[in-house]
Ligand binder design. Structure first.
Ligand SMILES: O=C(O)CCC(=O)C(=O)O
Ligand SMILES: [Fe+2]
Length: 279
């Protein structure tokens, strides 16, 4: 994985690497130890009880009865102001504007905590490609030549081979496909390793998955899904936020919540007059 520092990260190089290179980059120095500690303590608090939540790509873990060692905390914007600061980090916004278009949105912000002994996932591609194991449900000819997803993982614990750092296959984003067992993913994959506070940024068409945690400590990350403005987001974030948060949202947060892009809209009831076109 190509690695960058916050101060020296060159946006065009990162975009090139995501689209035509390995599909994933590491960026360090975006978050302070205090910010990471704050986010981690909220994630730990909300995932203390093994209350079952919806999860994905964990069919094998479900069969083995290990789902309780992998815990999700959804809808993080409602759980602490730190998560808005993370989602709208100016450097991430700059990179993502270049990658997904300036009016991109956020589709989900959640935590994935894997406890010691906890299971990995099935190798997959991310939303909105995630059900590409049924390719005929998508438009004919759909490919990964332009991105409809960017994933940010903000590491809250050491991500090592032992602790289950996300596995990925460099270059697999170039041909949009859902991996099969013949692809021998687990023999060929590399890892998105890093220290707490580091960010792994990847194009979600890249085959990847959480790996089993064989360390003696938790392995948690904040996972943020970003999408072009016209892709239907995965989480209905505005519906899960207090109206006051929406009313007072900073312009970047409004954009991420999809509030700047009005469709679908009841056009019969919309303000009359011309609203689209160069003039
Ligand atoms: O937690 C990880 O390492 C990756 C999780 C992931 O890829 C997913 O949930 O889609
Ligand atoms: Fe994923």
């Amino acid at each position: 994985m190509k690695r960058f520092k916050a101060e020296t990260a060159i946006v065009s190089e990162i975009v090139e690497e995501l689209l035509h290179g390995g599909g994933a980059v590491g960026i360090s120095g975006l978050f302070t130890p205090e910010e990471i500690a704050e986010a981690r303590s909220i994630v730990m608090e909300y995932s203390e009880q093994a209350a079952e939540k919806v999860t994905h790509f964990q069919g094998a873990a479900q069969e083995e009865g290990k789902l309780n060692l992998q815990r999700r905390v959804w809808n993080l914007l409602a759980k602490g102001a730190i998560f808005e600061r993370m989602a709208t980090h100016p450097k991430l916004m700059e990179i993502l504007r270049a990658f997904l278009g300036t009016e991109f949105i956020m589709g989900s912000i959640a935590a994935n905590r894997i406890l010691p002994g906890g299971p990995g996932q099935e190798p997959h591609v991310d939303y909105p490609y995630w059900d590409f194991h049924k390719p005929n449900t998508h438009p004919v000819g759909l490919n990964a030549s332009f991105p409809m997803n960017a994933q940010v993982s903000i590491l809250l614990d050491p991500f090592t081979e032992e602790s289950g750092a996300t596995g990925y296959l460099p270059g697999s984003q170039k041909e949009l496909r859902y991996p099969t067992s013949e692809d021998r993913f687990f023999e060929r994959c590399e890892r998105m390793t890093g220290e707490p506070g580091d960010v792994a940024l990847f194009y979600g068409a890249t085959w990847h998955c959480a790996m089993p945690n064989r360390a003696d400590h938790d392995r948690s990350a904040i996972l943020i899904q970003y999408l072009p403005k016209w892709v239907k987001p995965m989480e209905d974030m505005p519906a899960a936020l207090p109206q006051s948060v929406i009313d007072e949202a900073h312009p970047d947060l409004r954009q991420l919540l999809g509030l700047n892009y009005p469709y679908p809209e009841v056009l019969d009831a919309a303000k009359a007059g011309n609203t689209e076109g160069r003039q």
